[in-house]
Design a protein. Structure first.
Length: 162
């Protein structure tokens, strides 16, 4: 009987302690100057390729959205198909760069792919970076040894005026 009392006291203390803990608060990430919270649309054209990017930036600097890429003319050894469409998720700003995941389907293939996405904010333009992509335990990321390149970017997104 005495052991049962101790068990109830320990269980009660554990429940009270657990209930008194607060959920972690969202911390705001600095949004680069020139970008605002809310929904924003961007377009990019490179040769015969085009892309449309819709972003939603919340008050904490977290970013979600949609990205549609249409390839106009494919090269014989191209890995991309005619259209890639998907979601931008887990986005956050690291300095002047938006880092996110791009989960998409390519062409008529219904397989979901996830690649890292890096967009450099320069003026009112977002420049899509490219780099060597690595995969570890099913998670893709840019190779830290080579980094992300923006100089020869295929897509430079400009805001769509409403």
């Amino acid at each position: 009987m005495k052991n049962l009392k101790y068990l109830f006291v320990i269980a009660g203390a554990s429940i009270l302690y657990g209930c008194s803990q607060q959920a972690p608060k969202e911390t705001a990430t600095a949004i680069p100057a020139g970008l605002k919270t809310g929904k924003q649309s961007y377009l990019a054209v490179f040769e015969k390729d085009s892309a449309k990017l819709d972003l939603d930036i919340d008050q904490y600097g977290k970013v979600t959205g949609k990205l549609l890429i249409k390839y106009g003319e494919l090269k014989p050894d191209a890995t991309e198909l005619i259209v890639n469409t998907g979601d931008v998720s887990k986005g956050e700003f690291k300095g002047d760069t938006l880092v996110a995941d791009y989960t998409f389907t390519s062409g008529k293939d219904k397989t979901l792919y996830t690649n890292p996405l890096a967009l450099l904010h320069k003026g009112d333009t977002l420049i899509m970076g490219s780099g060597r992509i690595m995969n570890y335990l099913g998670r893709t990321y840019f190779d830290p040894q080579t980094g992300v390149q923006y100089q020869k970017a295929r897509f430079r997104f400009v805001p769509v005026k409403k």
